[in-house]
Design a protein around this ligand. Structure first.
Ligand SMILES: Nc1ncnc2c1ncn2[C@@H]1O[C@H](COP(=O)(O)OP(=O)(O)OP(=O)(O)O)[C@@H](O)[C@H]1O
Ligand SMILES: [Mg+2]
Length: 381
């Protein structure tokens, strides 16, 4: 059903963009908003946080604090978020006072791996086989059905591989369940993937979408290490990944960004499909940081444009790129990284260095290649 054009909200430059969350994704969103002439108001928990350092206004309070939320709603024109685990009740409370994009219905799906996979199936998007498991006995039974290896995860609040237990050929269900340390779980069949890709799609209230090209992601210790553009995948696999992301964004009715993480299978399934959805994030994504330096319009600017109802920007990169995350002590190597005058260095202003913590990233650009070489040899024919 199409809405009349007059009903679409436009927030012009000069408006105040509220951002829920104060991490590096909020920081880079605030910087992009400032470039377009917006003012930002960050709702977070610390005045020292990455986004708090670069915003015009700051509210430091718990996401459950209704008084603080009401004051925040008064002070901003439109709200977006950089963290999908904001309580949906709080988002609904805000939405009664100010437009919130994306809305609570999107977060309800994105906050829970079981909801994500159920939703994907309802859209005809395949995932790996999975089962809900809520104790060691259920896990034992699910392992018989799904087979080994498998991955046991907490359904909610996992990130950077936290809340995951790999179950190889010998690990006992009881031991895996204890290691998870949660009252609920999801067991996923292990995907012996060729590679991992992600697609970030922007969508406006009127349904107009723009997607960045699929990128190839390499994880180390379950944390994103590098993102590669172009992906090196055959065009038909890229098209499948792009279609999955667009379909999910449309069916979820996202206004803002949707990042979709996917596994690429080594061989097509019985229906000729190569892609399995892993998880979704309705916000800027680490695998899109390269767009700051390799695209005319970064994922952060695109979020601002989508949320504010502006025309969406160019998503075709003007350079090939490799983005490398700087984790923990890596960021102390900034002086060495800057020895390469073409390195695009981004540091998030975090003072507390912890192993595996995302402290910054560096993007290396190269002139665009035309086409291959393709990663999946047999698809070339
Ligand atoms: N079922 C699976 N089969 C194979 N590998 C998996 C599976 N689930 C997770 N992994 C590996 O672990 C990584 C992290 O898993 P996932 O994306 O589910 O968790 P996360 O903690 O939410 O990560 P992030 O926040 O970094 O996206 C995946 O990118 C993949 O490399
Ligand atoms: Mg992930």
């Amino acid at each position: 059903m199409s809405k009349s054009p007059q009903s679409f909200l436009l927030f012009p430059p000069g408006s105040v963009l509220g951002i829920l969350g104060d991490g590096q994704l909020g920081r880079m969103t605030a910087l992009a908003a400032a470039r377009l002439g917006y003012r930002t108001h960050v709702f977070g928990t610390s005045a020292e946080a990455p986004a708090a350092q670069v915003t015009n206004a700051l509210t430091c309070a718990a996401f459950e604090d209704r008084e603080a939320l009401a004051r925040f709603a008064e002070a901003v024109d439109v709200v977006t978020l950089e963290w999908e685990n904001v309580p949906t009740d709080s988002l609904a409370f805000l939405a009664e006072r100010v437009p919130v994009r994306p809305g609570a219905s999107v977060l309800r799906v994105a906050q829970d791996r079981r909801e994500e996979k159920t939703f994907a199936a309802s859209c005809g998007v395949p995932t790996t086989d999975w089962e809900s498991v809520n104790n060691a006995q259920e896990l034992d039974a699910a392992l018989v059905r799904l087979g080994r290896p498998a991955v046991l995860k907490t359904p909610r609040l996992g990130y950077d591989g936290k809340g995951q237990v790999f179950i190889g050929p010998t690990k006992a269900a009881e031991e895996a369940w204890q290691a998870l340390g949660s009252s609920e779980g999801i067991l996923e069949a292990f995907v012996d993937f060729a590679c991992e890709v992600s697609v970030i799609v922007a969508r406006r209230e009127d349904g107009v979408m723009a997607a960045y090209p699929p990128v190839r992601n390499i994880h180390r210790n379950h944390i994103l290490a590098t993102t590669h553009v172009p992906s090196g995948l055959p065009p038909e696999v890229e098209a499948e990944a792009d279609a999955v992301a667009r379909r999910l964004a449309e069916r979820l009715d996202v206004v803002g960004l949707l990042a979709v993480e996917m596994f690429v299978l080594k061989a097509p399934d019985s229906e000729g499909r190569r892609v399995r959805m892993n998880e979704i994030a309705p916000r800027p994504h680490n695998s899109g940081h390269w767009t700051i330096d390799a695209c005319a319009c970064s994922q952060f600017e695109q979020l601002v444009r989508a949320v504010c109802g502006l025309p969406l920007g160019e998503t075709v990169p003007h350079h090939d790129a490799v983005m490398e995350n700087l984790l923990g002590e890596d960021a102390n190597g900034w002086a060495t990284l800057l020895q390469d005058p073409s390195a695009c260095l981004h540091l998030y202003g975090k003072t507390d260095v912890r192993a595996g913590r995302k402290m910054g990233h560096v993007t290396h650009l190269a002139p665009r290649l035309s086409g291959g070489p393709f990663l999946l040899g047999e698809a070339k024919a």
